[in-house]
Write a protein that binds this ligand. Structure first.
Ligand code: GLU
Length: 304
């Protein structure tokens, strides 16, 4: 498969959508990002790397980090994880408070904000240096030692994070957080502020595409069955309230973030990361979804 040619052809086809959507502006530090950036990178499990445009430029991965958090929690706690968080699509916004109240503080899945906070609470009670160990895991997974948090972004999120604070308080009220609310929020905003390039993200997600191999990075160890199940949760819950549409259009498991990044995998074949900051009304990158739709259409490779 000539992925390089395919990527270049995709880029030409999505250019007409370049001004559609708008970047997330509810996080002030994210509103400052140049909205016209674009990068895309594919890593194949036989060692190929194919990239176009600004694939080396780092951006705020935001909710994509929730995949790494779930991997760490599953490695530490196994099936115990599912006692405190579900694995069903939420059908509501990623930061909805209403559903969490109705369902007595049990988040629908680990990729909405409430679910990620519960997962991070598990890491906080199990690890000695959670922030350091988290970063170390992401660095090993992507083979890049310089990946880091952006504390300007995390501070900016905390200062305006009224809804996330409400979610954490609701979880605490329902006894689904062991740590203090402020500690969980601090960790949550830190992992959302991690910056990675498309190349680094594609490399990190290759381990999930390669689910038949044992997963072992920086002490985070998952069986192939656990990775397969994580991919299932990405498929059903990875795209906010648009997971069904993403499945319909693209047909790959993955995770998006409000920084405009999307990482996805084609099991046993490749991982792909794409970045374009302009988002649709559901919070997913407009050009990112278009590019991935074209990728699975042109290659005729999807899980369906
Ligand atoms: N830090 C963001 C928030 O909590 C993450 C949103 C996202 O990427 O889904 O609002």
């Amino acid at each position: 498969m000539d992925y390089q040619n395919i990527l270049e052809s995709i880029y030409k086809q999505i250019l007409p959508f370049a001004k559609e959507g708008k970047p997330a502006d509810y996080i002030p530090a994210l509103a400052a990002v140049n909205p016209d950036r674009f990068g895309m990178c594919i890593n194949t499990i036989d060692g190929g790397e194919f990239a176009i445009e600004q694939s080396d430029v780092r951006f705020s991965i935001q909710s994509i980090s929730k995949v790494f958090a779930l991997a760490m929690a599953l490695s530490l706690k196994g099936e115990e994880v599912w006692k405190r968080v579900g694995r069903e699509p939420s059908g509501t916004a990623f930061n909805s408070l209403v559903q969490l109240e109705i369902e007595h503080g049990l988040p629908r899945n680990p990729f909405i904000n409430a679910g990620a906070m519960v997962i991070l609470d598990m890491l906080l009670t199990s690890l000695d240096n959670p922030e350091e160990e988290f970063l170390n895991f992401v660095r090993k997974l992507s083979a890049s030692d310089t990946i880091s948090y952006n504390t300007v972004v995390s501070r900016s999120e905390r200062e305006t994070g009224y809804l996330n604070a409400a979610i954490a308080n609701m979880l605490k009220y329902h006894k689904n957080l062991d740590c203090e609310v402020e500690r969980v929020l601090q960790f949550y905003f830190m992992i959302c502020s991690i910056e990675m390039s498309c190349k680094e993200l594609a490399r990190a997600f290759l381990a999930f595409a390669n689910h038949k191999n044992h997963f072992e990075y920086a002490g985070v160890s998952l069986t192939s069955s656990q990775v397969k199940r994580m991919n299932a949760v990405m498929q059903t819950c990875g795209f906010y309230d648009e997971a069904g549409e993403f499945s319909y259009l693209v047909g790959l498991p993955g995770k998006s973030g409000v920084g405009g990044g999307i990482a996805a995998i084609y099991p046993s074949r490749y991982s792909v990361a794409v970045w374009s900051p302009r988002l649709n009304s559901k919070g997913n990158s407009v050009m990112g979804i278009k590019a991935l739709e074209l990728l699975t259409t042109e290659t005729e490779e999807s899980i369906f």
